[in-house]
Ligand binder design. Structure first.
Ligand SMILES: [Zn+2]
Length: 398
């Protein structure tokens, strides 16, 4: 989510009549110093907030959505032949999807029977009638994810993404970041702090694609006054949102990371919410078809609520998350948690939740995993192996 998400939702929830006005709002201007989102208040969990916040410990099916296509053989990791020269900035990413060696499923074992990858593999947005929890993830595992990064500097100092990275690196935490290359920061290649943030992510964390501009995928592009698209309604247009990020990351990594095989749709659209899509079924099929050519779609199992439109302190956000997960594993939500690397309260909540000695999760019996752990638990294959199988094209680990 981003500024335009909040703005759009605040003004666009009801009427098409105001859609145009919303669509002309500035979309990618970096937030000002000390930026506090100016929401329209009381919107609660908006566009890409999760509907799966209060599940109990039921055992869902974790079914895959696909059909046909026989079981995979767990094909070998297709190494790309892209230029192999190691990058000066991203040299120690460790095992792909397991940066820092701190994942829980490094040998990529399925948890139970591997799901069929079908024609589009994805995690998150479980919608089982009896449970909203992901059965393919052990219920004591929390998978932190941070979206919309990087945000770029504030006038008074580093942006929240840079500060988050400092904190996470100090905790020796290695998490999943979903990158936009022209959103909060503007063009990340033109802002040194943003370039530095991305190099830190490539070196110490698990990078993932979140589109260039953070558009409403499947929605008509009501291009904003800044000239950046806020929708993509054709396959070619949506595809450019994925390839654009891969190109930037490939360049920044000196060819070490040509592919990003984990992808999250901005706002969770059109899968979780199709409010911006004229024909939801068509939009979903189109967008999933595009994403499947590049990545496994990554939703979330529960939403921290940090971009819900409410304002928080670090303590109040942490308290909210603690309420979602409960006092011990199995008492509430688990799995992939949606957070954003662009808010002060999210930054301030990080030590309260994750500090290895005092944080809520470590002191309440939870383990921290990675998105790639969950992909492997569900499918018994890495994301790049899945994409390789779906496309027949080599995809290098990332
Ligand atoms: Zn986002």
């Amino acid at each position: 989510m981003n500024r335009k998400r909040a703005f759009f939702w605040a003004c666009g929830i009801g009427s098409l009549a105001v859609f145009g006005a919303c669509g002309t709002a500035p979309q990618t201007t970096p937030p000002p110093a000390g930026y506090v989102p100016n929401y329209d208040g009381g919107q609660g969990n908006a566009a890409d907030s999760s509907t799966v916040q209060s599940g109990s410990s039921g055992s869902g099916s974790g079914s895959s959505s696909g059909s046909s296509s026989g079981s995979s053989s767990g094909s070998s990791s297709g190494s790309s032949s892209g230029s192999s020269g190691s990058s000066s900035g991203a040299t120690d990413s460790g095992t792909p999807g397991c940066a820092g060696g701190t994942c829980l499923n490094p040998t990529c074992q399925p948890l139970g029977t591997p799901a069929d990858i079908g024609t589009y593999a994805s995690l998150g947005f479980e919608n089982n009638p009896t449970t909203t929890q992901p059965a393919y993830i052990p219920n004591d595992v929390i998978i932190p994810t941070f979206d919309d990064v990087p945000d770029g500097p504030q006038t008074t100092g580093p942006g929240w993404t840079a500060l988050d990275l400092q904190l996470l690196d100090s905790f020796d935490m290695h998490v999943d970041f979903f990158i936009n290359t022209n959103n909060w920061c503007g063009d990340v290649t033109k802002v040194p702090e943003c370039t530095s943030d991305i190099l830190d992510i490539l070196a110490n964390h698990n990078p993932a694609n979140h589109t260039i501009y953070h558009p409403h995928m499947g929605a008509t592009d009501n291009t904003g006054t800044n000239g950046n698209p806020d929708g993509c309604s054709t396959a070619a247009d949506c595809q450019s949102e994925l390839t654009g990020v891969e190109t930037v990351i490939n360049t920044m990594s000196n060819g070490a990371t040509p592919h990003l095989t984990r992808f999250r749709m901005p706002y969770g659209e059109p899968q979780q919410s199709s409010v911006n899509c004229a024909d939801p079924s068509t939009c979903v099929a189109m967008v999933e078809g595009v994403v499947a050519q590049f990545a496994v779609g990554i939703g979330w199992n529960f939403d921290s609520g940090d971009s819900s439109g409410a304002t928080y302190t670090g303590a109040s956000l942490a308290t909210q998350v603690e309420g979602y997960v409960g006092s011990a594993p199995g008492q509430g939500d688990w799995g992939i948690i949606l957070q954003h690397g662009v808010y002060q309260w999210t930054h301030d909540a990080i030590p309260l939740l994750y500090d290895p000695t005092t944080g809520y999760f470590p002191t309440h019996g939870f383990r921290l995993g990675t998105v790639e752990d969950a992909i492997c638990w569900k499918y018994g294959m890495h994301s790049w192996e899945i994409v390789q199988q779906l496309t027949g094209q080599p995809r290098s680990p990332n």
